[in-house]
Design a protein around this ligand. Structure first.
Ligand code: ATP
Ligand code: MG
Length: 256
């Protein structure tokens, strides 16, 4: 049996799908077998930001009893496996959320299963939390994000899910931002990564590419790659800064 992690937040729009996609790809780049499942059955986004929007069979078909889960698994960037939820309203109509737990059960053998949960504490979030071993909160440095994350954390614990910690996403280092210490104190959980507000995140999403591939040296990508390495107990080696033109010239001229 592998490790399963629900990526959740309570509050909408904190960056769950963004973190799921990029963390999944970063873990796959480390050679792990990773499957990301979009459990946001109504408002699926994962396939859009991974450039998989044209796929035929989705989680909707599986939840409608029209396909087997194996038919809805696609290969994404760096070999990450992806189960898109489906963006069509037609297929959504037939999807039965009650089937989600048997789908998740069927994926227990995957080395690392990441579940991109929807906002709120609806049925699919509860199903995801109760079938996975771990929960990873994605929060923003603002008070509304804290109260929703706290509720999610309490529910996760009640369901017997271990809370790994939180990713503090979209930090601007503005004085109005809650600090890492404050967030850790409020949530009583560890911040495992701090991901800055980074224009590359939206840019990459618009191109249907994860930023860990499209902009590997961006601050956001480095934070996610470090998180991936930490999660699997590997050392993260940050990219070396490029030498300046003057340094290269001196090296070329004098060999030092
Ligand atoms: N670190 C970041 N820097 C800049 N933009 C970001 C960052 N993280 C997320 N975003 C942007 O914020 C928006 C919401 O992100 P995302 O869809 O990942 O959130 P979500 O929590 O999955 O939302 P939902 O609750 O609707 O599922 C997107 O437009 C995304 O590009
Ligand atoms: Mg989402």
């Amino acid at each position: 049996m592998g490790v399963s992690i629900t990526i959740c937040s309570g509050k909408g729009g904190t960056g769950k799908t963004t973190i799921s996609a990029n963390l999944g790809v970063a873990l796959a780049q480390l050679g792990k077998e990773v499957l990301i499942l979009d459990a946001d059955i109504e408002m699926a986004n994962l396939e859009l930001i991974l450039g998989l929007e044209d796929v035929k069979t989705t989680l909707h078909h599986v939840l409608a009893g029209e396909a087997d889960i194996s038919e809805a698994i696609y290969e994404g960037p760096a070999g990450v496996k992806v189960v898109p939820a489906g963006i069509s309203l037609e297929t959504l109509k037939k999807a039965d959320p009650d089937r989600l737990d048997s789908v998740l059960e069927a994926l227990r053998q995957v080395e690392i299963l990441l579940i991109d949960a929807p906002a709120g504490l609806g049925r699919s979030v509860l199903t995801a939390l109760s079938t996975t071993q771990e929960a990873l909160l994605v929060v923003n440095p603002e008070i509304s994000s804290m109260s929703d994350a706290l509720k999610t954390k309490i529910v996760a614990k009640k369901l017997g899910t271990h809370v790994l910690g939180a990713v503090l996403n979209r930090t601007t280092f503005d004085s109005s931002d809650l600090t890492v210490k404050e967030v850790e104190m409020i949530l009583e959980t560890r911040i495992l990564a701090v991901v800055p507000e980074d224009p590359e995140v939206r840019r990459s999403a618009a191109f249907g590419q994860p930023f860990v591939i499209r902009a590997p040296n961006s601050q956001a990508a480095q934070a996610i790659k470090k998180l991936a390495a930490d999660l699997v107990g590997e050392e993260y080696i940050p990219p070396q800064p490029k030498e300046s033109f003057m340094k290269r010239l001196i090296k070329g001229l004098f060999g030092r």
